[in-house]
Design a binder for this molecule. Structure first.
Ligand code: ADP
Ligand code: ZN
Ligand code: ZN
Length: 729
């Protein structure tokens, strides 16, 4: 007997077996392809699941088996490669499969809606319309015109008809007379055209040749190119070669809203169908883009993290730009790394993948050093510009105005006077990170998190940056009624305000997720900055992402110490990446500019390393340290996390799970311990950290812990999750 094994949206780490739908002929069941949607009963409701396999046997007792209600389509919506990718990802990340497969579908298709046909609504003549006598409509010239047009041109889209001055009312009258009928006009398959690229320098040339020759089979390359070295140009020419083979390219970028330039460069280079997939799309637009990709009609698909699960009919090249960027790792629910999934995907698609960055992750550098990845290097800035020099400012004992020490303030003044632009980096948004009562010491805390509320002065609110809670800015201390409330610490909003007073004749632009909240804001800013007028940009790590500001001659890091001390073992890697990236925003060929870092710890070894070594050298040292401590990428890490409104229950749960796992060899178990943020949105958070000396032993212990966690009784709202290759500890 054939049974259907189905991935059902549920937090359970398993699949569910069903009898085939009653209306499905028995002989067709065995041939059903995985990846189709099924409506199945689950608990007391019906849900949409994905067919994973047709099987002969089940552990479910015969009388408990229920029939699926319906098969939603004859040919699977999730094509074989994407199906295999989802299966791999569920298995690798030990995530419930029913929550992974839907990622290969646009939101609208995760329910039972039918696939929207691609193409446009259009009209054509009916048989009756075809046979219509020439003068039959001479009293309705508009209608005659429409008939004439359709006779001459065949099917015409409703949009084109309306452009030709034929209104919906006219069409309706003709349709009522049964002279014309609707159809769906399929999109045309066009050949993409790539415009002439730039003349490449030798290193770029080598990279493009390597990528071009790699087309047609799986390989992974790390394109390590200093900021502004022309990595994007290399992608563009690699993609041109991919399109020439009649294949599609998939390009992942960290955040589309932040990089309107990237998309524009692709659109300018290719006369081709380019779709972009990002969180700003409406559901219908997303489904259309998805369909164009899946049908092979889109030549280039550009998207953020989740776009890695977009099916492509004929994928020939995968690019992951800024591969070190933390946005590729999903930090809740299904905690996958889009970079790592992209590599697996390229393997399944049998095509090359290119990881590009000026500051590659230690993981990728390690893989390149061990020969698993090809290494492509761009060591020079395109156009011959030099990289700026770094210098520390010891701020101990100095008076700070708006966060600036006198030497930095002076340097800003000089840079502006010389006609340059200035970029000030402060990775803290809002006005101030703390609000305190001067008389009794009260501090504004989030009631739901173990964290302070940030002061947002312009909105007159306190906001929690962890759970989003907001409250009105108090006028007096809730504890002692004092009216003397002080803000402590500096955020971008305050820096903007003080800078405006310090440099009254210079425009100041703040760049953070508050000021850049709407879609066009970043583009507008980039246009303004491109005009070249002296200005000060002050902002968070948003400023370190992707853009080039050739007229910036001074970069100031207002609080380097905030980056220096991190509880996370990746803190130093992140700092080196962030500083290198911010520094790389500046400079042009005649003036490479300089970078000043304010610190209370000018002798910190990490800072000296930044001053004296380039990123590659630092990364090498960091890798040695990781190796000594058995940490990733030289050890294998995962976290078992648990949260609950009942803290004791969460901790107890992890204790029990840990006990059941025993003490396997080659494994270090640390915890359970409170998470770095011990309470968020009203939930207490605990974690168990697991380090293994091999992927195989990690896998074994992870499976044991998942089995143990699933068998524990779960009280109340307690939730647990697994984070394989965790990037935050
Ligand atoms: P990256 O992606 O490495 O940061 P980009 O591709 O954005 O660098 O290139 C930086 C700048 O250099 C861009 O303005 C680009 O047009 C220019 N550029 C890139 N390659 C060349 C080249 N071969 N010749 C001249 N200019 C180039
Ligand atoms: Zn008080
Ligand atoms: Zn909060």
């Amino acid at each position: 007997m054939s049974l259907l094994r189905v991935a059902v949206p549920s937090p359970l780490h398993r699949l569910f077996d069903y009898l085939p739908p009653a209306d499905l002929p028995a002989e067709s069941v065995a041939g059903l392809a995985p990846g189709s949607r099924l409506r199945v009963p689950f608990g007391r409701r019906d849900v949409i699941g994905i067919l994973v396999a047709v099987v002969d046997e089940t552990e479910v007792p015969q009388d408990k088996l229920k029939p699926a209600k319906a098969l939603l389509e004859d040919s699977p919506l999730i094509p074989p490669t994407m199906f295999a990718l989802c299966q791999w990802a569920a298995n690798y990340y030990l995530h419930p499969p029913g929550e992974v497969f839907p990622l290969a579908l646009p939101t609208r298709l995760r329910g039972d809606r039918p696939l929207m046909p691609l193409g446009e609504p259009a009209w054509q003549l009916s048989t009756r319309g075809l046979g219509l006598a020439d003068d039959a409509l001479k009293r309705s010239p508009k209608q005659a015109l429409a008939i004439e047009k359709l006779r001459r041109e065949g099917p015409v889209s409703t949009a084109a008809l309306s452009e030709a001055g034929i209104s919906r009312a006219v069409l309706k009258s003709l349709a009522d007379k049964q002279l014309i009928k609707t159809l769906n006009l399929a999109p045309k398959r066009v050949a993409p055209i790539g415009h002439q690229g730039l003349d490449l320098n030798t290193e770029q040339e080598l990279a493009v040749v390597a990528i071009t020759q790699a087309l047609g089979e799986f390989s992974c390359s790390l394109l390590q190119g200093v900021t502004g070295s022309g990595k994007t140009e290399v992608y563009l020419q690699g993609i041109a070669a991919c399109l020439e083979r009649g294949q599609q390219a998939l390009v992942l970028i960290p955040e589309i809203g932040l990089t309107p330039q990237t998309l524009k460069r692709f659109q300018l280079r290719f006369n081709a169908t380019i779709v972009s997939l990002h969180s700003g799309l409406a559901d219908q637009e997303r489904e259309k883009a998805w369909s164009l990709a899946r049908e092979g009609l889109a030549h280039i698909v550009i998207g953020t993290r989740s776009a890695v699960f977009t099916p492509l009919a004929n994928c020939g090249l995968v690019v992951v730009d800024e591969e070190h960027d933390s946005s590729y790792k999903q930090q809740d629910g299904f905690r996958y790394s889009a970079r790592d999934v992209a590599i697996k995907r390229a393997q399944l698609e049998e095509c090359p993948v290119v990881l590009g960055s000026a500051t590659p992750s230690l993981e990728s550098l390690h893989n390149a050093a061990s020969g698993r990845y090809h290494q492509l290097v761009l060591s020079q800035r395109a156009g011959g510009a030099n990289l700026p020099a770094l210098q520390a400012i010891d701020v101990r004992g100095q008076s700070l105005r708006g966060g600036l020490s006198p030497p930095l303030e002076q340097a800003v003044g000089q840079a502006l006077a010389a006609g340059g632009q200035v970029l000030l980096f402060l990775n803290r948004r809002g006005y101030a990170p703390t609000l305190q009562c001067h008389d009794c010491g009260w501090i504004a805390q989030c009631t739901a998190c173990e964290s302070r509320m940030t002061v947002h002065r312009r909105q007159r609110r306190l906001r929690c940056h962890h759970c989003g809670a907001a409250a009105a800015l108090p006028q007096q201390c809730p504890s002692c009624k004092s009216r003397t409330l002080l803000t402590n610490g500096l955020g971008t909003e305050q820096a903007e305000e003080t800078l405006a007073a310090q440099f009254p004749n210079t425009p100041i632009y703040r760049v953070d997720s508050d000021s850049m909240a709407n879609a066009g804001a970043m583009q507008a800013l980039l246009d303004t900055v491109a005009s070249g007028e002296p200005c000060i940009l002050v902002g968070t790590q948003m400023l370190s992402k992707g853009h080039h500001f050739p007229r910036v001659t001074l970069v100031g890091v207002i609080d380097a110490d905030a980056l220096l001390f991190s509880a996370d073992f990746r803190g130093e890697e992140r700092m080196a990446q962030m500083i290198t990236q911010v520094a790389g925003r500046a400079g042009r060929s005649d003036d490479p500019g300089r970078v000043l870092l304010q610190t209370h710890h000018p002798d910190h070894p990490m800072l000296s390393a930044l001053m004296t070594q380039n990123y590659a050298e630092q990364a090498k040292q960091l890798l040695e340290m990781r190796s000594e401590n058995g940490l990733p990428p030289l050890g294998y890490l995962f976290m078992l996390r648990c949260d609950s409104a009942d803290g004791a229950a969460a901790e107890q749960f992890l204790h029990s799970v840990r006990r059941a796992a025993g003490n396997p060899q080659g494994i270090t178990l640390i915890g359970p311990l409170p998470s770095a943020l011990p309470r968020r949105a009203g939930k207490f958070r605990f974690q168990l950290m697991v380090l293994a000396n091999s992927r195989a032993s990690l896998r074994q212990i992870a499976l044991a812990l998942v089995a143990s966690a699933e068998s524990q009784p779960r009280a109340g709202d307690l939730r647990w999750s697994i984070d394989v290759d965790a990037t935050e500890v």
